[in-house]
Design a protein around this ligand. Structure first.
Ligand SMILES: Nc1ncnc2c1ncn2[C@@H]1O[C@H](COP(=O)(O)OP(=O)(O)OP(=O)(O)O)[C@@H](O)[C@H]1O
Length: 278
């Protein structure tokens, strides 16, 4: 569905993209991760035809981004709403731009209002909403016309737990209906929940690609047992359950808490020697 090959983008002396390649199939959710400055948003901007690359190729369903704007839903990282327009007006505008009319338009707007819990704010102006509400409105505007390709750049940043869950549910639902999804995030648990494959970006290119299981396999997590006298025993392990059972067998003092930490994105970055952009 989305095929991006060897994308290059320079800003003066800054090499934002340096041979960035990524393919996403219909129905697939790709979690695009990486430290700040890795090139994730630049990639999203090129695919959504907001900026042009200096080199490389992108096709969406075989066509260039210039020919597919109505089929792509984009929620950019930075809030881009019309402050004096209401949430409903935003959804109607983006729905109309993509060709929805009358009953189909109002059905799509009502559907998203329900799944993204926008009911209470539908008639409020975007400029008067909280940051989390604005982000929800932005994501809803990207989703309203059921695009074949969704580009969601940190859609849950600043969202409360319920909103985060609603967002994940609707993304899963859309992928289940066949949409290709690029989902940029700094939270690994979201990608596990979305059953996403992962693409790790660094220095303007994708340096690792695979399922969560493949990329996290053998990475150590941590098991921590806190004793009643507050002493802590912590063990780094790639087999937390086995380690925990073993620890519980061996410790013969009262225990007040047990904590198992699965591998995180930072553990993955460390294993790939991913470092911050200069
Ligand atoms: N309009 C611009 N002008 C100059 N430099 C830019 C511009 N946009 C991005 N860059 C630079 O390009 C590089 C890649 O930025 P980009 O925003 O794509 O990274 P990112 O992976 O999305 O980071 P983050 O996780 O912080 O959103 C960075 O060094 C950034 O400073």
């Amino acid at each position: 569905m989305l095929v991006a090959t060897d994308l290059v983008k320079r800003y003066g002396t800054i090499q934002a993209l340096d041979g960035f390649s990524l393919n996403v199939a219909a129905g697939e959710i790709v979690g695009l991760v990486g430290h700040n400055g890795a090139g994730k948003s630049t990639f999203v901007e090129i695919v959504s035809y907001l900026i042009r690359p200096d080199g490389g190729h992108v096709t969406i369903d075989g066509r260039p981004p210039s020919a597919t704007r109505g089929e792509v839903g984009v929620a950019p990282q930075h809030i881009a709403l019309y402050p004096s327009a209401t949430v409903r007006e935003h959804l109607e505008l983006y729905g109309r731009l993509a060709g929805l009319r009358r009953a189909a338009l109002s059905e799509a707007v009502e559907d998203l209002s329900t799944v993204l819990r926008l009911g209470g704010i539908m008639d409020r102006r975007a400029g008067k909403l909280s940051g989390g509400q604005q982000r929800r409105t932005q994501a809803a505007s990207a989703l309203v016309h059921r695009p074949a390709l969704l580009l969601l750049d940190e859609p849950t940043a600043g969202a409360d737990l319920e909103t985060r869950q609603a967002m994940l549910d609707v993304v899963k639902q859309r992928a289940g209906e066949g949409a290709a999804v690029v989902y940029t995030t700094h939270y690994l648990p979201e990608l596990t929940e979305l059953q996403a494959t992962i693409a790790v970006a660094q220095g303007g290119r994708v340096i690792a690609r695979g399922t969560c299981e493949e990329l996290l396999k053998d990475l150590p997590g941590e098991v921590r047992v806190t004793l009643a006298d507050r002493e802590e025993v912590s063990v780094s392990t790639s087999e937390p359950t086995v380690t925990l059972i073993d620890l519980l067998r061996r410790i013969d003092r009262p225990i007040s808490a047990v904590d198992v930490r699965n591998p995180s994105l930072d553990d993955l970055y460390r294993s790939l020697a991913v470092h911050d952009a200069p």
